[in-house]
Design a protein around this ligand. Sequence first.
Ligand SMILES: Cc1cc2nc3c(=O)[nH]c(=O)nc-3n(C[C@H](O)[C@H](O)[C@H](O)COP(=O)(O)O)c2cc1C
Length: 155
Amino acid sequence: MKIRILYGTETGNAEMLAEDIEAHLAADHEVSCANLSDVAPGDLDPEPFYLVVSSTYGEGELPASAQPFAAALEAARPDLSGLRFAVFGLGDSEYEETFNEGSGKLAQLLAGYGARQFGERLTHDASGPDLPEDLALPWAEAVVALAEEMAGAPA
Ligand SMILES: Cc1cc2nc3c(=O)[nH]c(=O)nc-3n(C[C@H](O)[C@H](O)[C@H](O)COP(=O)(O)O)c2cc1C
């Protein structure tokens, strides 16, 4: 399956995780990875399955590298029906009021323009016991399997 990983980051954690996911899936899939800062709404081709990985900054805001993408999407208001995606968030429960809201905002934004979300958004807590990759690699396998299953299912 063709997979495109898009990450939004401020200090590089989401980028490292996106690259781990890319390496993990590359044995069985055609995978590419890009920073959301390098993606425009018109680049969103509906063919690949998108894995979106984003942190949260400020008070529940998108990280810096995802902000221009979100603003461009809101300005372009594209029809994203046909686009399939899943979201993994990086956050910290020390920010209890705004825990992982950045990844939630990205999911809402994409779904708001008609894209279809696969699986539950999974969130990592930097104050918790887990390493991000220990959650994200099984998550990526599960959502990709779900997308493959749905692609093969009758409409
Ligand atoms: C200044 C600052 C603000 C943050 N605000 C939030 C927040 O509102 N909610 C949250 O869940 N995490 C918040 N975080 C935690 C980051 O999302 C977390 O550290 C993440 O791993 C950073 O990933 P990145 O390096 O890809 O940006 C904040 C971190 C910093 C340093």
